[in-house]
Design a protein around this ligand. Structure first.
Ligand code: PLP
Length: 620
């Protein structure tokens, strides 16, 4: 279990059972669990092909409950005379079934939605049904956006228009005057407190969004002049997603609390403090401030926010605000996981070439000698020699002094040296850094039936770590080490960073493939951002997705969202399936005229083509 650190990142939702299969407990410690391998087999029997995205709605519900419970506990602990009203940032996962679930699960907590764009506003406006829940309107806005948001108040919604750019102030004033609606307005501050990690650039003076302090003062004056200062009721900030370090969270809330109090003293009718997103997810289970982890838990997060805001307000005898967070990643990540199968593997060449009757080329003799000389005392020097001789072999081959067969032998000997050295290195406590590369060089390549670009774009774009591991055979020693290559013909379409006791490593412990038996891997914690940011590289489309809900008798499939067919992905790039088929049909007719194809062959080709158009874009 420790090998893949499941307890660290998976608790309380994922574990291993006595059959060596991953288990899913969608309701955490409170409910039953499912055997993931058996679930996948049962889904395959329903003709659902891999790769397959599994979404567990109970996990989503559990995440919402946990977040609200943490804030409720913190509010009680610090005698905070206010409430928490979270919102889910729609950008994190816009899928309709997910937003509908979130609205339903959030109902008891008056959980709202955050829109970051015009289309997201349309989703939020039509989806929110909970009285008292908030609709936070972020992102770039034009007149249409602001009008729609303001008119939503007439439906009983609670939109809050957050000013993110100085130009938006006049626009809001003008729309308000035109519609005769007094909006609730917020202002997004560019804090000087910095987020840490990949999204750290979301705060500071040069951040893309928000108003600097002088700009906020100007906005206050503009609103006062338009008799709308009492509309300004919310302060918002967002210092970046996946904040791995609690000190960054504390610094930000401390600064924001002061701005909040000061805005109230300037005459704004402040009521809400919106701390944005940033609540991290422990992707590698290390509980550290490494970027893929976090050195705090949800309760620490809520405690720090509640305590800091209360202290700042008490000091200036200011009424405390309703607290809002826009936690997306922390709510949505755990509920989705991708199951994919391995299509095959390739290994680095093995074995040692035999010595023939003739005298071998000097370079081959040198490599053999190097191989024989490898001991725990000499391996480092031997490694350098092996690399040098291999390079020499390549260069003399290029000048025509080594035959292709001899070059093959040289490479084989080089790999043999590497393996022998690696066996020694693995026993050492301190691995010299240059030899770490050996592990990667010798790793097998496992060909995975997925597209990284479609299903885990952050793994490619920003080196995000996701837990990846086999979902079965976990009571067998994984005797091989491998990296993953995806289906795309792009050399970036690979995964060679995995979680480890030491936070990240370049290989994954895997089992040897058994002929005729499937080997399933799971990529976990992919419920946030991955689906929408995934792209159509090589025209691999959306994967099949199923929504699973735990029942007293096991589980039910609440929704099945079929992945794209080839016809659908071709339509994205403006091809019409009928036209394509007709083009190919005409080509077969022309080939028949010249006798290049038989009727049977032409029919087979057309049937394959037609069937492909209706099929899944991944390999069967
Ligand atoms: N709010 C805003 C303004 C954001 O830009 C983001 C995403 O970066 C979020 C909320 C969600 O952040 P997270 O997923 O870290 O909770």
């Amino acid at each position: 279990e420790d090998l893949y650190r499941i307890r660290g990142w998976g608790d309380p939702y994922f574990g291993i059972n006595s059959a060596g299969h991953i288990t899913v407990s969608p309701q955490g410690d409170r409910g039953g669990s499912l055997d993931l391998y058996e679930l996948v087999e049962a889904l395959k029997k329903r003709n659902l092909e891999l790769p397959l995205l599994l979404r567990f709605s109970d996990i989503l519900e559990d995440r919402i409950e946990r977040l609200n419970a943490c804030f409720a506990k913190a509010i009680a602990r610090y005698n905070y005379p206010g409430v928490y009203r979270g919102v889910f940032p729609v950008k994190c996962n816009q899928q309709r079934h997910i937003i509908e679930d979130l609205v339903r699960f959030g109902n008891p907590y008056h959980f709202g939605l955050e829109a970051g764009s015009k289309p997201e506003l349309l989703i939020a406006l039509a989806s929110l049904k909970t009285p008292d829940s908030l609709l936070i309107c972020n992102g770039y806005k034009d007149r249409g956006y602001i009008e729609t948001a303001m008119l939503a108040t007439r439906l009983g919604q609670h939109p809050i228009i957050v000013l993110e750019q100085p130009e938006e102030v006049e626009l809001v004033i003008s729309v308000s005057q035109q519609l005769g609606i007094k909006p609730v307005v917020g202002v997004r501050a560019k804090l000087s407190a910095k987020g840490i990690g990949r999204w750290g650039g979301s705060s500071g003076d040069r951040a893309k969004f928000g108003l600097t302090i002088p700009e906020i003062i100007t906005a206050v004056d503009q609103l006062r002049q338009a008799n709308l200062l009492d509309s300004l009721q919310l302060l918002h900030y967002h210092i970046g997603s996946q904040i791995s370090c609690i000190s960054a969270i504390k610094d930000a809330i401390r600064e924001a609390s002061q701005i909040y109090v000061e805005l109230a003293q300037l005459g704004a009718k402040m009521q809400y403090l919106d701390v944005g997103g940033g609540l991290g997810v422990d992707y590698d289970g290390s509980k550290t401030n490494f970027y893929a982890s976090k050195n705090y838990n949800m309760q620490n997060y809520a405690n720090d926010i509640v305590a800091e805001v209360k202290e700042a307000c008490d000091e200036k005898q200011q009424a405390v605000p309703t607290l809002i967070s826009e936690s997306g990643r922390a709510i949505a990540s755990h509920h989705s996981l991708l199951i994919f199968n391995v299509l095959g593997s390739s290994d680095a060449p093995s074995g040692i070439p035999e010595v023939g009757p003739e005298k071998e080329h000097l370079i081959l003799r040198n490599l053999r000698e190097t191989y024989d000389s490898i001991t725990p005392e000499t391996y480092q020097e031997a490694y350098h020699d092996a690399v040098q001789f291999k390079d020499e072999a390549t260069s003399i081959f290029s000048f025509g002094y080594l035959s292709l067969r001899e070059r093959a032998k040289a490479e084989q000997l080089y790999w043999a040296c590497c393996r022998k050295i690696y066996d020694i290195v693995r026993q050492q406590a301190d691995v010299p850094t240059e030899l770490e590369v050996l592990e990667k060089t010798l790793a097998s390549m496992y060909y995975a039936n997925l597209s990284i670009f479609r299903s885990a774009p952050d793994s490619w774009a920003i080196e995000q770590l996701f837990p990846i591991l086999p979902i079965h055979r976990l009571n067998e020693e994984p005797s091989l080490r491998g990296t993953l290559a995806d289906l795309t013909c792009d050399s970036d379409g690979k995964i060679d960073r995995f979680i480890d006791r030491l936070q990240s490593k370049s290989i994954l412990e895997l089992h040897p493939l058994k002929p005729g038996e499937p080997y399933y891997l799971g990529m976990f914690l992919v419920g946030a951002y991955q689906e929408i940011m995934g792209n159509l590289h090589n025209l691999f489309g959306d994967t099949n997705a199923v929504h699973i809900h735990l029942t007293p008798n096991g589980y039910e499939i609440e929704h099945l969202v079929k992945g794209d067919t080839m016809t659908e992905v071709l339509e994205y790039v403006e091809y019409n399936a009928k036209d394509l088929l007709e083009n190919v049909r005409k080509a077969t007719e022309a080939a028949l005229q010249t006798g290049k194809i038989s009727i049977e062959e032409s029919q087979r080709l057309l049937q394959n083509y037609e069937q492909s158009l209706r099929s899944y874009t991944y390999l069967a």
